[in-house]
Design a protein around this ligand. Structure first.
Ligand code: KG4
Ligand code: ZN
Length: 345
């Protein structure tokens, strides 16, 4: 007997992308509609929560309609509705959670809650259809920097995390100081290609009590001080060199700590996830260092690295298989911990 295909509608509204997607069996994307609000927020140099929530309200239904259309399906044909319920901006999350609850209740379909970071990790299942746990995943985005041991599809252990700024946040702040616009990651990535990564030595922080934890706030301050110092002396700002030197400092620690964590846990597969996983130096360096250590390194295409609902549907599929469903008390949890389930405990 043929196994029935499971078709999940995914919904993601945790930050500044309104997204809906239809994915079958957690691996095959039928549609992935992403409406970015970058233009709305760029003049403020970052995401304005109130503006994000209002825009999600306007976009959520058209985006869901268009995901169903593009997938050539309708709501009756959907097996479950998966939605990001945290972490993220509470007003933004609530838009997606409310829409998902309404659809699930109206059609009497299963509701599945998804942790945003578990979603980012699941982007790798779409990009690499043979990928199975265990693996170590470096999740680096605008809001998170975690080294996660993915023991099984629904079982996670955090090996390291940032103690202050997320990697993407550091990229965005430095880009802002240099006047490169928002989001800063892609701009710094581009400028760095013409700069010398050894031009300025910026600090790399290592903690004694957990060698896999990150800290980027000291690095950010060092870069800003360096720029201020040049300004005070009336010197030109070598933008490309600063971008290259800053980027090298971030990527060195991300790659070193992830490889060491994988080695300690005897894991030979490393995946990248989150917006910063699009960074060209990170991809190159991780592949090269993994190779040197007899490991393999995988990453999703850029469209699956930044926020999207296909990754949420993919993650939701594994909860669906395990029969882990949410009920209508599901709420947005801005600081949800990974692996904590739909009640956030
Ligand atoms: O995953 P994401 O879309 O949103 C969050 O969940 O935070 O990540 C957005 C972040 C931004 O900070 C952006 O600057 C960064 O990812 N980013 C990059 C690159 N592309 C996006 N950072 C470095 N290099 C890139 N090429
Ligand atoms: Zn994200």
């Amino acid at each position: 007997m043929n196994k029935k295909t499971v078709k999940i509608l995914g919904i993601e509204t945790s930050c500044d992308e309104t997204s809906a997607a239809v994915v079958t069996d957690g691996r095959n994307v039928l549609s992935n509609i992403i409406s970015s609000q970058i233009d709305l927020h760029s003049e403020y140099g970052g995401v304005v929560p109130e503006i994000a929530s209002r825009r999600h309200v306007e976009l959520i239904l058209p985006v869901i309609d268009s995901a169903l259309d593009k997938a050539g399906t309708d709501l009756n044909d959907i097996d479950g509705i998966a939605v990001t319920h945290g972490p993220g901006l509470v007003g933004a999350l609530l838009v997606g959670v409310s829409a998902a609850k309404a659809i699930a209740a109206a059609l009497n379909k299963p509701l599945i809650s998804v942790h945003h970071i578990e979603g980012h990790i699941a982007a790798n299942y779409i990009a690499h259809t043979d990928l199975e746990p265990p693996f170590v995943c470096l999740v680096v985005s605008g809001g998170h920097s975690h080294i996660v041991l993915v023991k099984d599809y629904l079982s996670f252990e955090i090996l390291g995390r940032t103690r202050d700024d997320a990697a993407g946040e550091a990229f965005d702040k430095i880009a802002r100081v240099l006047g490169l616009g928002y989001p800063g990651g892609p701009a710094i990535d581009k400028w760095a290609k013409d700069g010398d990564p050894r031009a300025v030595h910026f600090p790399r922080v290592k903690f004694q009590d957990n060698p896999y934890d990150f800290s980027f706030s000291g690095l950010k301050t060092a870069v800003i001080n360096h720029i201020n110092h040049l300004n005070q002396k009336g010197e030109d700002i070598p933008v490309a060199d600063i971008c290259a030197s800053f980027q090298q400092a971030v990527i060195d620690v991300l790659v070193d700590y992830t490889i060491s964590a994988a080695k300690e846990h005897k894991i030979e597969k490393i995946c990248l996830a989150g917006g910063v996983a699009s960074n060209s130096l990170l991809r190159e360096t991780m592949s090269q260092k993994a190779n040197e250590n007899g490991m393999i390194s995988l990453y999703p295409p850029p469209v699956l690295c930044t926020d999207n609902a296909a990754m949420i549907a993919a993650s939701g599929y594994f909860s669906f298989l395990a029969g882990e469903f949410a009920d209508y008390t599901l709420n947005a949890i801005p600081s949800l911990r990974i692996g904590s389930g739909h009640n956030g405990l």
